[in-house]
Design a protein around this ligand. Structure first.
Ligand SMILES: *[C@@H]1O[C@H](CO)[C@@H](O)[C@H](O)[C@H]1NC(C)=O
Ligand SMILES: *[C@@H]1O[C@H](CO)[C@@H](O)[C@H](O)[C@H]1NC(C)=O
Length: 249
């Protein structure tokens, strides 16, 4: 009897643990259960939709056509375009298109996402919008990792690339190990834990980022503790801008 109860309890705990680490199914925009579609979107060759936002000059007269890749916990609205003056945009001839990365905002998730698929999505976006044979790319923060795949898989399409405050991979063999270690140890301990979970146990990442038992990522909990005073000012501007298009969870 005791054995049976223990076995049942064990199975129960396993089932609960399995549930807790599974992300909920996505709510697909434009379906009956999902939110409505409000953004312009392209349909990719595999049937997924990618939502985008065009800013700056018209692409026909622009000198610099830029595809902007947003950060974590962000969307197509989170670009620098809104902070640029009209004069600057016209002087430099800037056109910026940003897009919701798959699974963010109004873009369909890509359950088959790979490092390469992101680069090919960007190429398809550029082609469907008619950006020409070459375009520029900017990746902000976590958008930086997308640029590495763009540079690897579609370098012939890229006129120039900028990574702004990209997130570092502390396990990248291309960086000297002592440098990586020194930088890693300057992170707050809750962030070190978060990076370690994503590196060593990516299957736990959803649970880690949603649980309330341990302090987790300062980025995801929108803590300003990690920022310099100048960055704090910018972060507050950004938060204010976000209030204009986010809905409370
Ligand atoms: C890492 O090691 C190299 C070579 O030994 C040394 O020149 C460099 O100063 C070290 N960097 C750090 C951050 O310790
Ligand atoms: C949020 O981040 C701060 C540090 O940036 C940390 O001290 C705090 O414990 C975190 N809170 C949660 C709930 O994860």
């Amino acid at each position: 009897m005791l054995k049976k109860t223990l076995a049942l309890l064990f199975v129960g705990i396993l089932a609960w643990a399995y549930q807790a680490i599974q992300p909920p199914p996505p709510k697909i925009c434009g379906t009956v259960e999902g939110p409505p579609v409000t953004a312009p979107r392209i349909k990719l060759s595999d049937g997924r939709h990618l939502a985008y936002k065009e800013q700056g000059m018209s692409k026909d007269s622009a000198k610099h056509k830029i595809v902007f890749v947003h950060a974590i916990d962000s969307c197509r609205h989170d670009t620098f375009a809104g902070f640029l003056s009209r004069e600057l945009v016209e002087d430099l001839g800037i056109y910026i298109v940003s897009f919701d990365r798959p699974g963010y905002g109004e873009s369909d998730p890509n359950p088959k996402r790979t490092v390469k698929s992101m680069a090919l999505d960007i190429e398809e976006l550029a082609d469907q919008l008619g950006l020409g044979s070459k375009f520029y790319v900017i990746g902000f923060s976590m958008g930086g990792q997308v640029l590495w795949s763009v540079l690897k898989y579609i370098p012939h399409r890229i006129a120039g690339a900028a990574l702004i405050a990209p997130v570092v991979n502390y396990w990248w063999p291309g960086l000297p190990a002592n440098l990586s270690n020194a930088a890693f140890n300057r992170e707050l301990w809750n962030d070190r834990l978060t990076y370690s979970v994503s590196h060593h146990a990516p299957w736990l990442a959803y649970w880690w980022n949603t649980q309330k038992w341990f302090p987790s990522s300062s980025v995801l909990n929108l803590s300003l503790d990690v920022l310099s005073s100048e960055d704090k000012e910018f972060a507050l501007l950004r938060e204010r801008a976000r209030k204009t298009y986010t809905v409370p969870a």
